[in-house]
Ligand binder design. Structure first.
Ligand code: 9MR
Length: 598
């Protein structure tokens, strides 16, 4: 056990022995918190005060978790009742509950663009005035809970990709608002451990590089920062564990703690046994990452029971029955809970609930390739030349089918089409598209049939082509589906609808798109537009050799605009929940070649 983890274990024992509520003996009991503490990490959960009013939920929270994060009610927009005025009653209640149950408190969050009071959002202060408001807020909150909140998420989600997010604080103060926030928090409680928290910074990539650089710079200049929070709002099948391990390691080498701060594991469609098993496997592997990383100090789930998950309430993830947490709607522990507690117990040298054989049978072959993760292919119509797609995960491309690029879709007969109507900006619901992919001996062909009642044809800025009506397809031909940056052989091909009215000047954009040597036909239709495209199987950067069940990385998007800027973003691959495929090809799904004689 490393020093940090040993210290946490000792602190837990010291903190828990003399107090009321849970005792030290209970901390070694058969619970997630008991075994987590023996592994030197905290097991946390996000909670609202209304959860405390639900006796069954409150009982699980206290029994299984030794860290509590206020899910929403400590944010500035929730505690503010006006400039300089506060109502802390809900935070007080959560803190009291945590203390009564010997849970440490993970404060969330002091500065977050998504939850600033209106009087902050709409302010037009000078830099000095804005700094004063920031200082007053942070000082007020941190001092109030001084010595009681162990960790603070000081700033949340300050990056947008690799750049600083455009927020009121950035505009009024400048980039140093982040370090000022850390300084103010440190002055208010020098013992609190201060974290920078974000999503999409879990694995190596543009955002995690930016966070790493910022933290390294802070440490070099003595800005008080103690760790990085990786939220961990994951989607089944989209996690690059090795890349997360590398990122945790490099942050650890800076001397920083890391934590999974908001874990939940979602998926598309209705849950079945297979999905719940895959979810359990995912939780297991994430916990392994934390246990194996020298400086990972907490694993926090974003809620206790599925019935209260935030994911049932958001517009961009339309799955009202999603079950992303460790306990079901009926409060019963799910498979994910059992494999986690078994892992924690085994690593603590205790007798696990499930022995190694049982875990192996549940987890299957943990390092199995992506192909074997796909369900058995099925055709809903026997005339189909390829199986049905696996929604958001895999599309089958029949081999030996040739297409004429003319906008006439009759040569796509019997090719299964995939409907895409969700994404980060689902729009008004009247815009969606169907796509399909086929391959012959010389080309790969892509088709998108777009339904969009309001296509804008006209001038476009080549630099921001993706803000206008367009379709994108992405290919990763390198064989490395985990690749998380663009290298030769990985392309993003964006094709503008405008091509329909200027066919002589094909309008294409996107990362490495020139490499693809794409040919295009785009036509207007009564309901929108159709794009047909082909790329050669052999060009300067790749040689695609289609074989039955051979796999390429594949993704497709639609951009819709009704005026000057994009108002619709539809995304096929379920792994890409944040519109990051342009930046991170590991978020693509799979294109699987299918021999039509099968
Ligand atoms: O789970 C939280 C949800 O209930 C709130 O409505 C929402 C808006 O403030 O915030 C959710 O939590 C977010 C967290 O604070 C920061 N990371 C993303 C989380 C999900 O949106």
């Amino acid at each position: 056990m490393n020093t940090r983890k040993l210290l946490i274990s000792l602190l837990l024992i010291v903190a828990l022995l003399p107090s009321a509520g849970l005792t030290g003996a209970q901390e070694t009991s058969f619970s997630l918190r008991g075994f987590a503490s023996r592994n030197g990490i905290y097991m946390g959960a996000a909670a609202w005060t209304y959860h405390l009013d639900d006796p069954a939920l409150a009982e699980i929270l206290a029994r299984e978790f030794n860290m509590l994060t206020p899910e929403h009610e400590a944010k500035w927009c929730m505690v503010s009742t006006g400039p300089g005025e506060y109502d802390f009653s809900r935070v007080d209640r959560l803190v009291k509950f945590a203390e009564e149950n010997n849970m440490v408190i993970h404060g969330h969050t002091l500065v977050w663009h998504s939850c600033s009071p209106d009087w902050v959002e709409n302010a037009e202060w000078s830099r000095d005035e804005a700094i004063e408001v920031l200082r007053e807020h942070i000082t007020t909150v941190v001092e109030r809970y001084k010595g009681r909140v162990m960790y603070w998420d000081v700033v949340n989600e300050a990056f947008d990709g690799g750049d600083m997010r455009d927020t009121a604080w950035l505009r009024m103060i400048g980039e140093d608002y982040v370090e000022l926030a850390f300084q103010f928090a440190h002055e208010a409680d020098p013992d609190a451990l201060l974290l920078y928290n974000d999503y999409g910074n879990e694995s190596m990539g543009e955002k995690s590089d930016a966070v790493y650089d910022m933290a390294q710079d802070f440490l070099a200049r003595g800005v008080p920062i103690h760790g990085i929070g990786m939220q961990g709002h994951f989607t089944l099948g989209s996690i690059n564990y090795g890349s997360i391990a590398s990122n945790m390691q490099r942050l650890g080498e800076l001397g920083l703690e890391v934590q999974f701060t908001e874990v939940d594991v979602k998926y598309l469609g209705e849950a079945d046994n297979e999905i719940m098993t895959e979810q359990a496997r995912t939780y297991y592997k994430l916990m392994e990452l934390c246990l194996d990383a020298e400086t990972c100090s907490a694993f926090i789930v974003w809620g206790v029971a599925d019935k209260y998950t935030w994911l049932r309430n958001v517009s961009f993830f339309d799955n009202p029955t999603v079950d992303p947490l460790l306990f079901g709607d009926d409060y019963k522990p799910k498979l994910a809970y059992y494999v986690l507690i078994s892992l924690l117990a085994e690593r603590a040298g205790a007798t696990p609930l499930y022995d190694a054989d049982k875990i192996a049978s549940i987890l299957g072959e943990p390092d199995a390739g992506m192909e074997s993760d796909l369900p058995t292919p099925t055709k809903s119509d026997p005339n189909q030349l390829a199986p049905d797609s696996v929604p958001g995960v895999a599309v089958y491309a029949p081999m030996g089918v040739s297409i004429t690029l003319d906008g006439d879709l009759s040569d796509w007969e019997n090719i299964p089409r995939v409907l895409v109507n969700t994404g980060t900006m689902p729009g008004d619901g009247e815009t969606y598209f169907e796509f399909a992919v086929v391959v012959d001996d010389t080309n790969l062909y892509y088709m998108a049939n777009v339904t969009d009642p309001n296509v804008i044809y006209g001038e476009h800025d080549p630099g921001t082509w993706y803000e206008t009506d367009s379709v994108e397809f992405y290919l990763n031909t390198t064989g490395d589906l985990e690749a998380s940056s663009y290298v030769p052989g990985i392309v993003q091909v964006g094709i503008l609808a405008e091509n329909a009215i200027s066919p002589d000047a094909p309008l294409v954009g996107g990362g490495n798109s020139g490499d693809a040597q794409v040919s295009i036909a785009t036509v207007e239709t009564d309901t929108g537009y159709v794009i047909e495209a082909s790329v050669p199987l052999v060009n300067d950067v790749w040689e695609i050799v289609p074989e039955h069940l051979g796999v390429l990385g594949f993704q497709t998007h639609l951009n819709g605009s009704s005026s000057n800027s994009r108002d619709t973003k539809l995304i096929w691959s379920a792994a890409d929940t944040q519109d990051q495929s342009w930046n991170n090809p590991s978020l693509f799904g799979q294109l699987v070649f299918w021999d039509t004689t099968q």
